[in-house]
Design a protein around this ligand. Structure first.
Ligand code: TZP
Ligand code: MG
Length: 223
């Protein structure tokens, strides 16, 4: 990593408010049509993570997702494509550590977009936090097949450590989170719980999403 390429003292807007104090269930999806399906259920944060479109098709998909998210007052983070996120005035951008040097972070902040950053260890967390992002994602919480993750899962103890170390800063847990562990994950005090396959591979994604939101709320209250 080249830290000398990173700007300092950026100020990204907050992604939590009095009306929406937590990020909540945070589905990660690859098409705008998922927003049409999930946002009416009350999902308040979502990420569009597209890996297989280019040019106009990519731009149109992002524009469509921004429109749907606006209609539902949902916080939409665009993965990777920060220029298109700025162009279409998305709510925010999500970047991995490897994206931080090439993205124009100043332009993202200047356009008023929020920033979420992925982190997998202490070093990355320090690097991510120095940018003063809107939220920090930490993973892998559990093992996952969805993305190559060379890090040892940190589990609930790791999450508990991060939530205490970072106090009120919004944290998002990711990787391997399913219906059977989401209650325990949210009980650690994380603001958001991100997941892909628990929702996108479900036979009935809508009922699974409702169930996950209910389990998450119970986990928070049980802590
Ligand atoms: N980043 C870290 S883990 C992951 C991403 C995009 C995939 C998580 O997917 P799943 O299916 O919820 O384990
Ligand atoms: Mg990326």
């Amino acid at each position: 990593y080249r830290d000398d390429k990173l700007p300092s003292a950026l100020n990204f807007p907050s992604c939590v408010s009095e009306e929406q104090p937590q990020l909540g269930l945070y589905p990660i999806v690859d098409r705008a049509v998922w927003l049409q399906q999930l946002l009416p259920l009350g999902v308040t944060t979502i990420q569009l993570r597209i890996k297989d479109l280019h040019g106009d098709a990519l731009s149109d998909e992002i524009a469509e997702a921004v429109r749907i998210a606006r209609d539902h007052h949902c916080r939409l983070f665009i993965n990777d494509y920060w220029q298109l996120a700025v162009e279409h005035q998305a709510y925010g951008v999500h970047l991995g550590q490897e994206d931080l040097e090439s993205a124009d972070l100043k332009a993202i902040a200047a356009a008023g977009l929020r920033l979420g950053v992925s982190n997998h260890c202490h070093y990355e967390l320090a690097r991510g936090l120095a940018l003063r992002p809107s939220y920090i994602a930490v993973g892998p919480t559990y093992a996952t097949q969805t993305k190559d993750m060379p890090w040892v899962p940190h589990g609930l103890d790791g999450l508990q450590y991060w939530t205490e170390a970072l106090a009120d800063f919004p944290l998002v847990a990711i990787a391997g989170i399913k219906d059977h562990n989401i209650g325990q994950v949210s009980a650690t005090g994380v603001s958001g719980v991100a997941m892909i396959t628990a929702i996108t591979d479900a036979d009935d994604p809508e009922s699974v999403t409702r169930d996950l939101m209910a389990r998450m709320a119970n986990g928070v209250h049980a802590s």
